[in-house]
Design a protein around this ligand. Structure first.
Ligand code: APR
Length: 247
Protein backbone atom coordinates (compact mmCIF):
# COMPACT_ATOMS: atom_id res chain seq x y z
CA UNK A 1 0.00 0.00 0.00
CA UNK A 2 2.33 2.64 1.23
CA UNK A 3 5.32 1.67 -0.92
CA UNK A 4 2.92 1.47 -3.87
CA UNK A 5 2.11 5.17 -3.51
CA UNK A 6 5.80 6.06 -3.30
CA UNK A 7 6.44 3.93 -6.39
CA UNK A 8 3.55 5.56 -8.27
CA UNK A 9 4.84 9.03 -7.37
CA UNK A 10 8.32 8.09 -8.62
CA UNK A 11 6.91 6.65 -11.85
CA UNK A 12 4.97 9.84 -12.56
CA UNK A 13 8.00 12.03 -11.83
CA UNK A 14 10.51 9.82 -13.70
CA UNK A 15 9.06 10.69 -17.10
CA UNK A 16 8.26 14.34 -16.28
CA UNK A 17 10.18 17.34 -17.60
CA UNK A 18 7.97 20.21 -16.36
CA UNK A 19 7.49 19.97 -12.59
CA UNK A 20 6.17 22.44 -10.02
CA UNK A 21 6.71 21.93 -6.29
CA UNK A 22 4.25 23.94 -4.19
CA UNK A 23 4.95 24.09 -0.45
CA UNK A 24 3.37 25.26 2.78
CA UNK A 25 4.33 25.38 6.44
CA UNK A 26 4.34 21.58 6.75
CA UNK A 27 7.59 21.31 4.76
CA UNK A 28 9.32 23.20 7.60
CA UNK A 29 7.60 21.30 10.43
CA UNK A 30 10.42 18.74 10.75
CA UNK A 31 12.89 21.61 11.05
CA UNK A 32 11.02 22.56 14.22
CA UNK A 33 9.00 25.47 12.85
CA UNK A 34 5.35 25.57 13.97
CA UNK A 35 2.70 25.36 11.27
CA UNK A 36 -0.22 27.78 11.40
CA UNK A 37 -3.28 25.58 11.78
CA UNK A 38 -3.84 22.43 13.76
CA UNK A 39 -2.64 21.61 17.27
CA UNK A 40 0.13 23.92 18.49
CA UNK A 41 -0.22 26.03 15.37
CA UNK A 42 1.14 29.56 15.23
CA UNK A 43 -2.33 31.00 14.86
CA UNK A 44 -3.54 29.09 17.90
CA UNK A 45 -3.71 31.53 20.80
CA UNK A 46 -2.99 34.37 18.38
CA UNK A 47 -5.65 36.53 16.85
CA UNK A 48 -4.36 36.65 13.28
CA UNK A 49 -5.79 40.12 12.74
CA UNK A 50 -3.80 41.36 15.74
CA UNK A 51 -0.42 40.36 14.36
CA UNK A 52 -0.70 39.82 10.60
CA UNK A 53 -2.66 42.69 9.07
CA UNK A 54 -1.92 46.27 7.95
CA UNK A 55 -4.50 47.47 10.50
CA UNK A 56 -2.67 45.69 13.33
CA UNK A 57 0.63 47.23 12.28
CA UNK A 58 -0.86 50.72 12.12
CA UNK A 59 -2.45 50.25 15.54
CA UNK A 60 0.56 48.73 17.32
CA UNK A 61 3.75 48.29 15.27
CA UNK A 62 5.75 47.15 18.31
CA UNK A 63 3.27 44.32 19.07
CA UNK A 64 3.40 43.13 15.48
CA UNK A 65 7.17 43.37 15.34
CA UNK A 66 7.50 41.37 18.60
CA UNK A 67 5.59 38.54 16.86
CA UNK A 68 7.78 38.66 13.72
CA UNK A 69 11.03 39.19 15.63
CA UNK A 70 10.24 36.03 17.60
CA UNK A 71 9.56 34.09 14.38
CA UNK A 72 12.82 35.37 12.84
CA UNK A 73 14.73 34.39 15.99
CA UNK A 74 13.13 30.91 15.98
CA UNK A 75 13.89 30.31 12.30
CA UNK A 76 17.47 31.58 12.67
CA UNK A 77 18.11 28.68 15.08
CA UNK A 78 16.91 25.85 12.81
CA UNK A 79 18.17 24.06 9.73
CA UNK A 80 16.49 22.91 6.53
CA UNK A 81 15.30 19.29 6.75
CA UNK A 82 15.54 16.44 4.17
CA UNK A 83 12.31 17.62 2.51
CA UNK A 84 13.88 21.01 1.71
CA UNK A 85 17.01 19.20 0.53
CA UNK A 86 15.19 16.93 -1.91
CA UNK A 87 13.20 19.87 -3.32
CA UNK A 88 16.51 21.70 -3.82
CA UNK A 89 18.13 18.67 -5.48
CA UNK A 90 15.21 18.44 -7.94
CA UNK A 91 16.28 21.70 -9.58
CA UNK A 92 19.07 19.59 -11.17
CA UNK A 93 16.85 16.61 -11.92
CA UNK A 94 13.99 18.27 -13.85
CA UNK A 95 14.71 20.40 -16.94
CA UNK A 96 11.82 22.75 -16.19
CA UNK A 97 11.34 23.00 -12.42
CA UNK A 98 9.65 25.74 -10.41
CA UNK A 99 9.57 25.81 -6.62
CA UNK A 100 6.69 27.92 -5.30
CA UNK A 101 6.31 28.46 -1.57
CA UNK A 102 3.80 30.09 0.76
CA UNK A 103 6.47 30.02 3.46
CA UNK A 104 8.42 33.07 4.55
CA UNK A 105 11.16 31.25 6.50
CA UNK A 106 13.78 31.11 3.73
CA UNK A 107 14.59 27.44 4.50
CA UNK A 108 14.26 26.41 0.84
CA UNK A 109 17.07 28.84 0.00
CA UNK A 110 18.99 27.54 3.02
CA UNK A 111 18.84 24.04 1.49
CA UNK A 112 20.26 25.31 -1.81
CA UNK A 113 17.13 26.13 -3.82
CA UNK A 114 18.26 28.95 -6.11
CA UNK A 115 15.02 30.23 -7.65
CA UNK A 116 12.18 30.22 -5.08
CA UNK A 117 8.86 31.91 -5.87
CA UNK A 118 7.86 33.39 -2.50
CA UNK A 119 4.14 34.11 -2.75
CA UNK A 120 3.88 35.52 0.78
CA UNK A 121 7.18 37.40 0.98
CA UNK A 122 9.98 36.71 3.45
CA UNK A 123 10.73 37.13 7.16
CA UNK A 124 14.22 38.24 6.09
CA UNK A 125 13.06 41.23 4.08
CA UNK A 126 11.90 44.52 5.64
CA UNK A 127 10.21 47.38 3.79
CA UNK A 128 10.00 51.06 4.72
CA UNK A 129 6.44 52.29 5.28
CA UNK A 130 7.57 55.77 4.26
CA UNK A 131 9.72 55.57 1.13
CA UNK A 132 9.11 51.91 0.27
CA UNK A 133 12.82 50.99 0.37
CA UNK A 134 13.16 47.21 0.78
CA UNK A 135 16.22 45.47 2.16
CA UNK A 136 17.41 42.09 3.40
CA UNK A 137 18.04 41.93 7.16
CA UNK A 138 19.12 38.74 8.91
CA UNK A 139 19.61 40.28 12.39
CA UNK A 140 17.73 38.21 14.98
CA UNK A 141 16.69 39.47 17.40
CA UNK A 142 16.53 43.03 16.03
CA UNK A 143 18.21 45.64 18.27
CA UNK A 144 15.17 47.95 18.27
CA UNK A 145 11.49 47.46 17.44
CA UNK A 146 10.20 48.70 15.09
CA UNK A 147 13.32 49.12 12.90
CA UNK A 148 13.59 52.50 11.21
CA UNK A 149 14.52 53.29 7.63
CA UNK A 150 18.09 54.57 7.29
CA UNK A 151 16.99 56.76 4.40
CA UNK A 152 13.85 58.48 5.63
CA UNK A 153 13.51 57.47 9.30
CA UNK A 154 10.02 55.97 8.92
CA UNK A 155 9.13 52.61 10.50
CA UNK A 156 10.07 49.54 8.49
CA UNK A 157 7.55 46.65 8.32
CA UNK A 158 8.11 42.90 7.79
CA UNK A 159 8.42 42.08 4.05
CA UNK A 160 5.59 39.54 4.25
CA UNK A 161 2.10 39.52 2.74
CA UNK A 162 -0.53 40.17 5.41
CA UNK A 163 -4.16 39.12 5.35
CA UNK A 164 -6.10 41.49 3.14
CA UNK A 165 -3.02 42.38 1.10
CA UNK A 166 -2.35 41.44 -2.51
CA UNK A 167 0.33 38.88 -3.33
CA UNK A 168 3.39 40.22 -5.19
CA UNK A 169 1.99 40.29 -8.73
CA UNK A 170 5.15 39.07 -10.50
CA UNK A 171 5.53 36.14 -8.10
CA UNK A 172 1.92 35.03 -8.41
CA UNK A 173 1.80 35.39 -12.19
CA UNK A 174 5.02 33.39 -12.46
CA UNK A 175 3.61 30.68 -10.21
CA UNK A 176 0.33 30.59 -12.13
CA UNK A 177 2.02 30.24 -15.52
CA UNK A 178 4.27 27.49 -14.16
CA UNK A 179 1.20 25.66 -12.81
CA UNK A 180 -0.55 26.07 -16.19
CA UNK A 181 2.42 24.59 -18.05
CA UNK A 182 3.42 21.77 -15.72
CA UNK A 183 3.01 18.02 -16.15
CA UNK A 184 3.29 17.31 -12.41
CA UNK A 185 2.49 19.44 -9.36
CA UNK A 186 3.89 18.16 -6.05
CA UNK A 187 1.96 19.78 -3.18
CA UNK A 188 3.88 19.54 0.09
CA UNK A 189 2.70 20.50 3.56
CA UNK A 190 -0.16 22.87 2.96
CA UNK A 191 -3.73 22.80 4.27
CA UNK A 192 -4.64 24.50 0.96
CA UNK A 193 -7.20 26.80 2.58
CA UNK A 194 -5.58 30.19 1.82
CA UNK A 195 -6.25 31.72 -1.59
CA UNK A 196 -5.14 32.75 -4.14
CA UNK A 197 -2.07 30.55 -3.42
CA UNK A 198 -4.09 27.35 -2.99
CA UNK A 199 -5.72 28.00 -6.37
CA UNK A 200 -2.50 26.85 -8.07
CA UNK A 201 -3.44 23.22 -7.39
CA UNK A 202 -6.72 23.50 -9.28
CA UNK A 203 -4.94 25.36 -12.11
CA UNK A 204 -2.53 22.45 -12.56
CA UNK A 205 -5.28 19.82 -12.27
CA UNK A 206 -7.40 21.71 -14.81
CA UNK A 207 -4.65 21.46 -17.45
CA UNK A 208 -4.30 17.73 -16.84
CA UNK A 209 -1.17 17.79 -14.68
CA UNK A 210 -0.71 14.91 -12.27
CA UNK A 211 -1.03 16.10 -8.65
CA UNK A 212 1.00 14.42 -5.89
CA UNK A 213 0.09 15.43 -2.33
CA UNK A 214 2.62 14.96 0.50
CA UNK A 215 0.92 15.54 3.85
CA UNK A 216 0.22 13.41 6.97
CA UNK A 217 -3.36 14.69 6.78
CA UNK A 218 -5.71 15.30 3.88
CA UNK A 219 -5.58 18.93 2.71
CA UNK A 220 -8.68 20.76 1.49
CA UNK A 221 -7.62 19.82 -2.05
CA UNK A 222 -6.77 16.16 -1.40
CA UNK A 223 -9.56 15.20 -3.82
CA UNK A 224 -7.46 16.65 -6.65
CA UNK A 225 -4.49 14.38 -5.90
CA UNK A 226 -3.67 11.50 -8.24
CA UNK A 227 -1.18 10.15 -5.71
CA UNK A 228 -1.23 10.77 -1.96
CA UNK A 229 1.83 10.25 0.26
CA UNK A 230 0.14 10.33 3.66
CA UNK A 231 3.19 10.99 5.84
CA UNK A 232 5.78 13.61 6.87
CA UNK A 233 7.57 15.28 3.97
CA UNK A 234 10.99 14.74 5.57
CA UNK A 235 10.45 10.99 5.24
CA UNK A 236 8.30 10.83 2.09
CA UNK A 237 10.31 12.99 -0.29
CA UNK A 238 13.65 11.21 0.32
CA UNK A 239 11.90 7.89 -0.41
CA UNK A 240 10.53 9.18 -3.71
CA UNK A 241 13.91 10.69 -4.54
CA UNK A 242 15.70 7.41 -3.76
CA UNK A 243 13.32 5.56 -6.08
CA UNK A 244 13.93 8.18 -8.80
CA UNK A 245 17.68 7.84 -8.39
CA UNK A 246 17.33 4.06 -8.39
CA UNK A 247 15.97 4.28 -11.94
N1 APR B 1 5.16 17.10 6.40
C1 APR B 1 4.20 17.50 5.51
N2 APR B 1 3.09 18.19 5.87
C2 APR B 1 2.94 18.46 7.18
C3 APR B 1 3.88 18.07 8.16
C4 APR B 1 5.02 17.36 7.72
N3 APR B 1 5.97 16.94 8.59
N4 APR B 1 3.42 18.49 9.38
C5 APR B 1 2.24 19.13 9.15
N5 APR B 1 1.95 19.10 7.84
C6 APR B 1 0.79 19.66 7.13
C7 APR B 1 -0.48 19.77 7.95
O1 APR B 1 -1.20 18.55 7.87
C8 APR B 1 -1.20 20.91 7.22
O2 APR B 1 -1.99 20.39 6.15
O3 APR B 1 1.13 20.98 6.80
C9 APR B 1 -0.07 21.74 6.63
C10 APR B 1 0.12 23.07 7.32
O4 APR B 1 -1.03 23.84 7.07
P1 APR B 1 -1.08 25.35 7.60
O5 APR B 1 -0.59 25.39 9.02
O6 APR B 1 -2.45 25.88 7.29
O7 APR B 1 0.02 26.11 6.72
P2 APR B 1 -0.13 26.63 5.22
O8 APR B 1 -1.03 25.73 4.43
O9 APR B 1 1.24 26.83 4.70
O10 APR B 1 -0.85 28.06 5.43
C11 APR B 1 -1.00 28.85 4.27
O11 APR B 1 -1.80 30.65 5.64
O12 APR B 1 -1.52 31.68 7.64
C12 APR B 1 -1.31 31.83 6.29
O13 APR B 1 0.34 33.06 5.19
C13 APR B 1 0.15 31.95 6.01
O14 APR B 1 1.43 30.94 4.22
C14 APR B 1 0.47 30.68 5.24
C15 APR B 1 -0.87 30.30 4.64
Amino acid sequence: MFQDEVRRAAEILRSATRVVAFTGAGVSAESGIATFRGAGGLWEGQRIEEVASPHAFAADPVHVWRFYDQRRTNVAKVRPNPAHEVLAAWQERFPNYTLVTQNVDGLHQGAGSRRVVELHGSLWRVRCTGCGREREDRTAPLPALPPRCAECGAFERPGVVWFGEALPAEAFLGAESAAEACEVLVVVGTSAVVYPAAGLVAVAAAVGAKVIEVNPEASALAHLADVTLRGPAGAMLPQVDAMLAGG
